[in-house]
Every structure is written in structure tokens, then in C-alpha cells.
Design a protein around this ligand. Structure first.
Ligand SMILES: O=C(O)CCC(=O)C(=O)O
Ligand SMILES: [Fe+2]
Length: 796
């Protein structure tokens, strides 16, 4: 550093002082007050330690306040306070300036390197030097700031990290609170349901008491009547035998009339009491079903209760680990619970995560029956009278029968037209006699599920008449119904074969009997009737008929007169048949499918999409095929609950594996059903959406590698960023969007979701293209693609 003398001092004119700091300078005293331009000191001057320290302390204080860093850590910087010693040239003011001005205690003095005389910088005209020294201290402060900068940035990073951990922690507390709320709601519902069940049970008890009382009242009356009847008959017989003159013709007639009246009255009473009994029985049945349904409901609620419990326990366990992470010493640190009171936090012990889902194991036996070939067989259900009437009606409408397979004929009655063995049978009103037959057999089949709207009459002309092994699995039959068949005429044997194991079973069909098969059993068993005498060449294959290709074929059959009434068998098969059952749909899904309604009114999926909903909160909860039922369309919408939980969530690979097993089971059981996999819906949380996108990509990949499986694309429910906009979510009553609920659809969202499902089902058969999911611009699909996580999008 050079000390320049720039201008003469004006401060002390009485004693001119000049100092030369050059190496050639001999006596500071002798040249005091004179200029010595261009001279430089041989070494750097020393700056007063006190001055430097006070400036730096101020700077550091500012820095400390700005960064909010502990005093000790920031101030304790090496080197800054020890600049002076080794550099020489300036010293602490031991000597005095020859100006004799000692007014300022901290005045800076400059010592001559040769003669050690001290001077005020101003006295030797060194103002510039003072500034330079000040600047130097600033530069040094800056360089020191640079030295500690990495530490500051590190502190900053750590702060940020803690902030995000705290945010995460708070998020979980929020979940905990939400879960607690739903816990309370569920518990209220459960209590309510329990009261309802109690009420229904009380009602049932009252009813069965009533029915007993009724019977007790009616039976003695009937008994008395019967006794009277016997007495009168005896009386008439004895009088007839005696040929008594006392008994006039007239009184005998009156007694006979009375007897007839009593008979009629007795019959009426019997009929009434049996119809009352039937009514009470069916009422009881309905109530039983209701109680059962309520109890099932209660059970399923209890299951979700367990789930809530386990979720809360999981969250608690995770809160523990987060709190350990944030505050290793065990205090809860900056995170507080909703009340702000840390001591209130209660942690219950974590539950062991349920890794072995029972649903992972297929419940279907690979061999052997999964259900019985028929549900019920009852003999003598048709009265002789009705049988005779039916035979007469059928014999007079013989010409209306259509010959099938060469040995039997069919005649169809029903609300809707019906395709059967390659022929279309148009709708035709069920005759009164056949309606009587329904009324006649119904009391024998109290638990049968059938809303009969059709009757197929089959005429087996004689011993050679037969029907090949087949299943009644037509798409137009109600998937949840039973098939009822009444036999009249020649006794025949119905054979059953279990399709998977080839196990056989048979049932003798007596004249006047009825048997019931479930629609589900048609997926497992085949049935048929062999000819009684030697088998004719049989080319008929009922289950391999392309119904749209074949037309009605009428094969020559013997004239009615050649048919022997004793050898003929008529079967009356009652079914619930309608064209819209071809679209029958089961929706297996999570809470976003909970409010989807089936039916024909506004707000439902409509008459042309009949079906039912089934609960599957997670992929592992998808029910077994047998429980799902023989629906034409099976929609699966599960998975968000498998991934939205930050902890204990299954890996995508495990989930796809689980889904594959479920779909394999379903498709093996129902090879003709169409399986629709609904993509996970966008949520309001970008954090969850990352996983939604990942799993959806794998879903798409999965579906396009399988047959008879389709994707329901829900991208329309997302914004450009792939988030669910609040307009599709839930709202409070006052119209505020429910920000806390990030996954559930509101009314509008649900409407769109239903439209997507409907569209996918109605477009069945149209091959979906994976290209469609590559997207174009501005929607969820694109967000999915921009994520670039799916292998599907990298395939050529
Ligand atoms: O006649 C019978 O009992 C069986 C009829 C039958 O299986 C059918 O029509 O599909
Ligand atoms: Fe059949």
C-alpha cells in the first residue's frame, strides 16, 4: 500500500507538519508539515485495531440479524481481528503527533517506519489513506462473508428441509383429523342401523305371533266344520239305508244343500287361511331379506371401521417416526396438533400392516363344482285340473310350435322377443293357463329370484326326443335370476355335466314337478336330456350357435295324431328375459363409485344399462368371480386407496400383479364377459397425481396386452396439469369447494365419470387403440405422457 501526500494540511497552520513515508525520509520531525509527493512507505501501515473491530462488529451484527444465525457461530471468524501485527507501518498510538492535539481518544496515528514518530494522518495530509484503510476493512468483511457463505447456504438448505418435513407432518395430522370425523359419522350410522334392525326384528316377532294366532283361530273352525260334515254324511247314509219314511225327500234335499254349503264354506276358509299364511310367509321372507341386507350392511361398515382404525394407527405410527426425524430427542418440535397443545398428542401402537390379503388367493377350485347344478326340485306342484287345461291349450296351438334339432318343438311366450337356438321368437302374451301355472308353482318356490316375463314351452315328441348338453347362458337372461322349469307328461332324466371337472349328476323329472337352476350355475354346469332309446345322430350344438346368422328352420315333424300323448313331455321354462340384459353391468369399485345408481329414472345409468355395484376399496378387495355374478360387463375402478397413502403403500409392480390375478380369475370364469378397467381419476393433489399417472400408465399397458379388456379413460376429469379441478370435486352446503377432500367426485364429476363408463360399455367390440392414450394437447392424457414414466410411451 502506498501513502500519498496530496495536499497541504489546513488544520494546524501554526505548526506546519509534513511527513514523508518514503524510504529516503530521514527525519519526520524536520520535514513536518511539508509535502512529500510521490513518496511511498516501505511497508503497509498498520490500522488501529479498535477502529477495525467496531466497524466489523456492526457489520456482523447486521449479518447475524439478517440470517438469524447464532452469535457464536457467525462472529467467531478466524483472521479478521488479527490483520495488524505482521504487516508493519502503522501502530497503536504510543507516540504522539507533533501537532499536540490529543483530543480524540481513538484518533488514528501513523508511525514513520524510519524514525517511529507518530502523526495524525490529516497532519501529514493522508486523508486518502484513512479512506483506503476503511475500504480495506470492508473488503475483508466481504471476503469473510464469502468464507462463511457455504455454511449459510447449508443452513438454508437444512431449514428448507425441516420446513418440508413439518409440512408433511402437518398434512398427516390433517388426515388424522379427517379420519376421526369420518369415524364419528360411521359410528352414528351404525347406531342408527342397529336401532332399525331392532325395530324390524320386533315387527317380525309381532308378525309371526299374529300368524300363529290366526292359524290357531282358523284351525278349530275348520275342525268343527269337518266334524259337522262327517256327521251329516253319516246321518244321510244311515237314513238312506234305512229308507226311513220319516225323512222326507224335502228334508234330505235341504240337508244335502246344507252339506254343499258347508263344503263350499270350508273350502273358502281353507283357501283364505292358506292365502293368508302364504302372504305372511312372503312378508316374513321380505323382512328376513331386509334384516339380512341390513346386517350385511352393518358388517361391511364394521369392516370399514376396522380400516379406519388401521389407517389411524398407521398414521400415528408414521407420526412417531416423523417426530423422531424432526426432533430426535423426542419432543414434537415445531409441529403441533390442531389445538396447539403438544402434550395432547396420543400415539397408539402401530398395527402390523396387512400384507397377506386373503383376496390374493383365488377362491375358485380348479376342479369340482363351485355351485350346485340346480337349486330346488319339487314334485306334484301341478294339479290334475290345470295339467289337463294346459294340454288342451298346447294341443290346439300345435301349429304354432317351431321344430328344433329334429326331435323337439318349441313355442315361446314373453314380454320381449327372444333368440333361442338360432331362431328368433317374437314377443307374445303369456296365455292365462300358463299364468295359472306360474301362480300354481310359485308357493312351492318361496326363495326363488325370478321376475318371470317369459315362458318357453318345449315339446318332446317321444322317446327319441332329446336336448343336447348346453347352458342357458344367453346374454338376454337377467344375470341375477333363477330359471324355473315345470315338467308335464312323460318322465325324463335331466343330465348335468360340470364343465371344469366333467363330473356328472342327474335328476329325474316327474310328471307335474318343477326344478330351479340359478343363472350362475349355467357358467359351471351344462344340462341336457338324452333320448330314451338309442341316440340318433345329433348334430345340434346349442352353445355354439351364432344367433345372428341362423334363421328359423322348420324340420318335418310327425302329424299330431301320430304323437302318443303318454310319450310326449312338455317343459315350461320360465325366465326373466330382456334385450337390455345384454348390457348388464357390475361396477366393482371404491368410494367414487358409491353414488352411481342403476335404474331407469333420471340420475341413474338408465334402463339400457342394468346392473349392480360392488365394493372394492382396494385392488385386493375385488370380489371373487362367483360373488360378482354372470354380468356381461364388469367395470373395475380401484387403486387410488392403494397408492394415496404415503406409507405402507404397495409397489406398482405388486399392484399390477394383484390386478392380473384378479382379472385372470374373472376372465377364466366368465370368458364372454367384457372387462373394463377404469383409469384412476385425477386428484386435487399434484403429489398423489404423480403416482396416479404412473399406475395409470401401467394399467394401460396391462389392458392392451389382454383380450376382451378395455380402458375407461377418465382424463376428461383433469385439468391441463392432470389435477382434478374443484368444479368436479365435492362442495360444502354453502357452495365452497371441499379443499380437504382431494379424491372424491362431486355431482358434476360423477356425471362425467358415469358418461365415461357408459361410453366404454356401449362402444364394446370397437377395438380401442393404445394410440388414443398418447394424447395430443392440453389434457390429462398429455400430462400422463409428459410424465414420460410409462414404458408404453417409449414403445414404437
Ligand atoms: O326340458 C327341459 O327340462 C330343459 C329345457 C332346456 O334346457 C332349455 O330349454 O334350455
Ligand atoms: Fe336349458
Amino acid at each position: 500500500m502506498k501513502a500519498e501526500i496530496n495536499e497541504p494540511t489546513k488544520t494546524k497552520p501554526t505548526i506546519p507538519k509534513r511527513v514523508s513515508l518514503s524510504t529516503s525520509h530521514n527525519s519526520a520531525k524536520g520535514t513536518a508539515g511539508s509535502k512529500s509527493a510521490g513518496n511511498t512507505p516501505s511497508s503497509s501501515p498498520l490500522v488501529s485495531k479498535d477502529v477495525l473491530t467496531s466497524k466489523n462488529v456492526q457489520k456482523r451484527r447486521n449479518l447475524k440479524e439478517e440470517l438469524n444465525i447464532d452469535d457464536e457461530e457467525v462472529i467467531n471468524v478466524d483472521g479478521l481481528d488479527e490483520v495488524t501485527a505482521s504487516e508493519g507501518g502503522l501502530s497503536t498510538p504510543k507516540g504522539q503527533c507533533p501537532c499536540f492535539n490529543t483530543g480524540s481518544k481513538n484518533a488514528l496515528l501513523i508511525k514513520c517506519v524510519k524514525c517511529t514518530q507518530a502523526f495524525h494522518p490529516t497532519c501529514v495530509n493522508l486523508n486518502g489513506l484513512t479512506k483506503a484503510i476503511e475500504k480495506r476493512s470492508e473488503a475483508e468483511a466481504f471476503s469473510d462473508f464469502l468464507k462463511i457463505f457455504p455454511r449459510i447456504s447449508q443452513c438454508n438448505e437444512e431449514l428448507k428441509e425441516s420446513a418440508s418435513t413439518v409440512e408433511f407432518f402437518n398434512e398427516h395430522i390433517k388426515h388424522l383429523v379427517i379420519n376421526e370425523d369420518s369415524y364419528k359419522v360411521q359410528s352414528q350410522k351404525l347406531n342408527h342401523m342397529e336401532t332399525e334392525i331392532k325395530l324390524i326384528k320386533q315387527g317380525m316377532d309381532r308378525l309371526s305371533k299374529l300368524s300363529q294366532e290366526k292359524n290357531e283361530l282358523e284351525i278349530p273352525k275348520l275342525e268343527i266344520l269337518k266334524q259337522m260334515q262327517v256327521q251329516l254324511q253319516d246321518f244321510i247314509r244311515s237314513n238312506d239305508n234305512k229308507d226311513s219314511k220319516e225323512l222326507s225327500e224335502c228334508s234330505a234335499g235341504a240337508i244335502k244343500d246344507a252339506l254343499a254349503d258347508i263344503n263350499r264354506f270350508g273350502l273358502l276358509l281353507e283357501k283364505n287361511s292358506s292365502s293368508i299364511r302364504l302372504e305372511i310367509d312372503s312378508l316374513k321372507e321380505v323382512i328376513h331379506q331386509q334384516v339380512h341386507a341390513k346386517e350385511e350392511d352393518k358388517k361391511s361398515n364394521e369392516i370399514s371401521f376396522d380400516r379406519i382404525d388401521s389407517i389411524i394407527a398407521d398414521i400415528n405410527a408414521q407420526l412417531h417416526s416423523i417426530s423422531d426425524h424432526v426432533c430426535p430427542k423426542g419432543s414434537l418440535g415445531v409441529a403441533v396438533n390442531v389445538d396447539g397443545d403438544r402434550s395432547d398428542m396420543q400415539f397408539s401402537p402401530p398395527l402390523t400392516p396387512n400384507t397377506a390379503s386373503p383376496h390374493l388367493v383365488s377362491t375358485l377350485p380348479t376342479q369340482g363344482p363351485a355351485c350346485d347344478p340346480y337349486i330346488k326340485y319339487v314334485e306334484d306342484v301341478v294339479t290334475d285340473d290345470l295339467r289337463e287345461k294346459l294340454l288342451q291349450v298346447l294341443e290346439t296351438s300345435s301349429a304354432d310350435f317351431t321344430s328344433v334339432g329334429g326331435s323337439r318343438d318349441v313355442l315361446y311366450f314373453g314380454e320381449h322377443g327372444y333368440w333361442y337356438t338360432g331362431a328368433y321368437h317374437k314377443a307374445r302374451t303369456i296365455p292365462l293357463e300358463i299364468q295359472d301355472l306360474i301362480d300354481c308353482v310359485r308357493p312351492s318356490l318361496p326363495n326363488t329370484r325370478s321376475w318371470i316375463n317369459s315362458c318357453l314351452v318345449t315339446r318332446y315328441r317321444g322317446p327319441n326326443s332329446h336336448i343336447p348338453m348346453h347352458s342357458d347362458n344367453e346374454a338376454s337372461i337377467d344375470p341375477e335370476s333363477d330359471i324355473i322349469t315345470v315338467s308335464i307328461g312323460q318322465e325324463r332324466t335331466l343330465k348335468f355335466i360340470h364343465t371344469a371337472s366333467s363330473a356328472e349328476s342327474s335328476l329325474t323329472l316327474k310328471n307335474g314337478s318343477v326344478y330351479v337352476m340359478s343363472r350362475l350355475s349355467q357358467e359351471i354346469w351344462k344340462h341336457g336330456i338324452d333320448p330314451l332309446e338309442g341316440l340318433n345322430e345329433d348334430t345340434e350344438d346349442l352353445n355354439n350357435v351364432d344367433q345372428d346368422q341362423l334363421t328359423d328352420h322348420d324340420i318335418e315333424r310327425p302329424a299330431d295324431s301320430l304323437m302318443n300323448r303318454d310319450e310326449v313331455r312338455y317343459s315350461f321354462t320360465f325366465r326373466h328375459v330382456a334385450p337390455f340384459f345384454k348390457n348388464s353391468t357390475v361396477i366393482v369399485g371404491d368410494s367414487n363409485t358409491k353414488y352411481i345408481k342403476f335404474g331407469k329414472d333420471a340420475g341413474t345409468l338408465g334402463k339400457w344399462l342394468p346392473g349392480k355395484r360392488m365394493w372394492a376399496a382396494k385392488i385386493g378387495d375385488i370380489p371373487s368371480p362367483k360373488d360378482i355374478g354372470p354380468y356381461r360387463n364388469i367395470v373395475i375402478h380401484s387403486g387410488i386407496n392403494d397408492i394415496r397413502d404415503d406409507f405402507n403403500r404397495a409397489s406398482n409392480r405388486a399392484l399390477i400383479g394383484q390386478l392380473k390375478r384378479k382379472c385372470d380369475d374373472i376372465q377364466k370364469f366368465y370368458p364372454n364377459a367384457k372387462l373394463h378397467l377404469s383409469l384412476l381419476l385425477p386428484t386435487k393433489s399434484p403429489h398423489v397425481n404423480v403416482r396416479v399417472r404412473e399406475l395409470n400408465s401401467l394399467f394401460i399397458d396391462f389392458v392392451f396386452n389382454r383380450n376382451n379388456m378395455f380402458v375407461i379413460d377418465n382424463s376428461v376429469l383433469g385439468t391441463q396439469n392432470g389435477c382434478m379441478p374443484s368444479k368436479y370435486g365435492r362442495f360444502l352446503r354453502n357452495g365452497t369447494p371441499l379443499a380437504n377432500d382431494v379424491v372424491h367426485l362431486g355431482r358434476e364429476g360423477l356425471r362425467l365419470f358415469c358418461m365415461n363408463i357408459k361410453r366404454c360399455i356401449v362402444q364394446r367390440g370397437e377395438r380401442q387403440s393404445v394410440e388414443r392414450f398418447r394424447g395430443r394437447s392440453g389434457d390429462y392424457r398429455d400430462a400422463l405422457i409428459r410424465g414420460g414414466r410409462s414404458p408404453i410411451f417409449h414403445r414404437s
